[in-house]
Ligand binder design. Sequence first.
Ligand SMILES: C[S@@+](CC[C@H](N)C(=O)[O-])C[C@H]1O[C@@H](n2cnc3c(N)ncnc32)[C@H](O)[C@@H]1O
Length: 343
Amino acid sequence: MQKNHLHVGVSEVDVVASLGLKPVYQTALGAAFLGDSQKLLEQIPAETVHLVFTSPPYALHFKKEYGNAHKRDYVRWFIPFAKQIFRILRSDGSFVLNIGGSYNESIPTRSLYHFHLLIALVEEVGFHLAQECFWYNPAKMPMPAEWVTVRRIRIKDSVEHVWWLSKTPWPKASNLNVLKQYSPDMLRLSRRGVRPTVRPSGHVIRNSFDKIAAGGAIPSNVIEDGLPAERDVPIPETMLKFGNNAANDAYAKRSKELGLKMHPARFPAALPEFFIRLLTDEGDIIIDPFAGSNTTGLVAESLRRRWIAMERVPEYLEASRVRFDQPDSSDPPTDGQAQRELF
Ligand SMILES: C[S@@+](CC[C@H](N)C(=O)[O-])C[C@H]1O[C@@H](n2cnc3c(N)ncnc32)[C@H](O)[C@@H]1O
C-alpha cells in the first residue's frame, strides 16, 4: 500500500480506505479530509464509488468567501474534477450535481453556464444524463434586487438544477425507495375504483390500482420536501419546503454555541437524502468532494452508507464535526505508518 495515497480496496464486502493524510475526523462509517478535492480524488481507485453527490461553488458575479470560478471559466475549472469523478465511479454509479443558475452581468438575462457544463459533462467527459431534476427552494432571495424587487421586471427564482448523471445508461436506482404517501384523493379513488376512461391525450385510465400496492406514489423530479426518518415509511405528501440555510438546525445551534465558523451555503438534508435513498444501498460508498458543512456525510451515516467528505477550508470542516457529536476523532494513527483504515 503506497504511503500518502488514499486506498479503497474493491472487494465487494470489504472496501478499505487508508490515507497518509490523516482525516480531520472520522466516524463509524466515514471520514472527512481537508484539501483540494481534485488532488484527493486522484487517490481514490477507479470504479469503487457508488455515488458522488455534491454542490460545488456556483459561478457568481461576486466571489463568495470560499471562492467561485467566474462563469466564463467555469466549465474549464470543473472538467478536471469531473474526469476524476467519472474514473472513480463504478459502472452502475451516479454523479448527482446540484448547481444554481445565474444572471449575466448588468443585464436581465440568464447565463447558460450550467447548461454548457452539462453538455461538456456528457459530450467531453462521457457521462450520461440519467435525468434532470430540480430542487425547489422557496427560501431563495429575490435576486438580483435590481431586476426583481426594484425594477420588478423579473420574477423570483425558486429552483436549482440537479443534474443526475451516470457512468453508463444503467445506474443502480429504485424509485421504490423514495415513494411518497398517496394523496387523500388517490386513496379515495383506490377505495372506490375509477371508471375506465380515455383522456383527451388518448391515454387510457384503467380501473386497476396496482400502483397502490407498491406502497406509495412515485415522486416527481422536483425535490422539495423532507423525508421520513424511517426508511420504509413513505414520504408525507404534505410538503415541508426547505430553505438552504436553516438558521436553527442542530448544526447552526451547536456552531454558534462553540463559536465555530458556520457554512454560509448549506443544502438541506432532504436533498442528499432523496438521492442517497434512490441510488444506493446500505454499505455503499458516497463521496462529496465539495463537502462544506458535510450535510452529505451526515445523511449517509444516518442511512448506514459509507462516506468520504472533502473540503478545502479548514474552518468549515472543523465545524462540520459537530454534526456527528464527536468531540475528538482525529487521534493519530496507531500503526506507526501514518496510515489508517477507514472502513
Ligand atoms: C456550495 S458549498 C457546499 C455546501 C455543502 N453542500 C453543505 O451542505 O454544507 C461548496 C464548498 O466547496 C468547497 N470547495 C471549493 N473548491 C474546493 C476544492 N478544490 N476542494 C475542496 N473543496 C472545495 C468550498 O470551500 C465550499 O465549502
